[in-house]
Design a protein around this ligand. Sequence first.
Ligand code: F0G
Length: 402
Amino acid sequence: MYRLTCVYCGEKYRPDEILYTCRKCGHLLAVEYDLSRVSIRPEVWRKRPLSVWRYRELLPVTIPPVTLQEGGTPLYHLKRIGEEIGVPKLYAKHEGMNPTGSFKDRGMTVGVSMALQLGKTTVACASTGNTSASLAAYAARAGIPAVVLLPSGKVALGKVAQALMHGARVISVRGNFDRALEMVQELCTSHGLYLLNSINPFRLEGQKTIGFETIDQLPGVPDRMVLPVGNAGNISAVYKGLLELKTLGLIDRLPMMTGIQAAGSSPVVRAIREGLAEVVPEESPETVATAIRIGAPVNGEKALEAIRKTGGTAAAVTDSEILAMQKDLARKEGIGVEPASAASVAGVRKLVDSGIIDPSECIVCVVTGHLLKDPETVIRQCESPTEIDADLPSLLSALQWS
Ligand code: F0G
C-alpha cells in the first residue's frame, strides 16, 4: 500500500528496496501511501492507547513491531510561562517522556522494526547523542547489534551512558556530527549495515506521530507547532504526517510549522530569512545545545518546504536564551528538558517579542529530550548543594531558619 518516492524528482521505488536517496538525482526519499486505499476511522484510532502504534494504518510496518511502548507523551499547558510571554494558549508536548528520554524512540520503533522486516541484521547511525541512545536500546530489544558514531567530546553524558549500557559499539569520531554522518553512510554502503539516521524514510514515519497525538490530545489543530531543528528530520516528519491527515480529510488546515535553531548553528534560519532555495551548510556549528549542533542538515530542503507551505517561520535563539528557558520550564512549570528542547519555547518568546507571533495563537512546542540527558550542563547552571554536619542546628543554619 506504499512505495518510496523521491522528494525532488518524484521517481518511484519499491518499498523493499534498501535505498536512502534517489538513484536518479540523489535527493531523499519519502514513504508515499496510496491514501485512496487507506481506511481510517478516527473512532477506531481513539479506542486504542495513545501511542505511535495507534496510527498503524499510516505506518509501513507489517510485522509485530519492536517496541518499548513509545509515544503517548504528555501535552502540558504552560500556564505560567504562557502568561509571562503573553501567549495564554501555550503547550509543550514532552517527548522526553519516551522510553529512552527523547522523540527518537518514535522513529526507532518503526526504523528497527523495518530493519527486521527488510531482513537486515545490523543497524548503525551517527548521532549528537539521542539517536544513538535510542538505536542502542531498540537494537537490544530486537536482539541485533548496533554501531553508533558520536562527535568526540560533544555528546551529553546521559546519552553516551545509554548507548554504552545498551551494548552498542560506540565510536567517538574526532570530527563533528556532519562528518560522522558522512562516515556512517560510507560504512553502511560498503558493509551492508542498515542506516537509521533521519535520511532513513521509515524512521521519520514514526516521528510524524508527534503531530497525530497532538491533534488527538488538544484536541484539534493548533495554530502553530514549534520544533527545535538540527538535522531537520523531525519538523519535516511532523509536516508530512499532518499533510496526510489533511489529504484524508481528517483535518481541514495545517499548523504554521516553525523551526528554532541555536544562533551558533542556524543554517535553516538563514535560508528562511534570506529566501534561499537551499540550505547553505555551516562549517563550524557551535552551541550549548549539543543535540542540535549541526551545520549541514540533511533534511534541510524538506524543512524549508514545511515552513514555507504552512506560512510558518524560523528563528535563532542564543545559548543564554536557551538556558534561561530551560530553567524557567524546570522551575515555573516543573518540566525538565535538555537545552535543545528549551530552544522551541525560547523561540516562541522571541517571536512574540518581535511581533511575529500573535498572542491569540494556540501554540504547541515540541520539547524533544529529557533534563537528565545532559546533567553536566544542569550542574554548571545551578548552585551546588550546601554540605553540612549531620545535626539539626547546622541544618537550620544552612537554611537560615531560626
Ligand atoms: N532535539 C533533540 C533533543 C535532539 O536530539 C535533536 C536531534 C533535535 C532536537 C533536532 O531534531 O535533527 O530532526 O531536526 N538529534 C539528533 C541525534 C541529530 O543524533 O540525536 P532534527
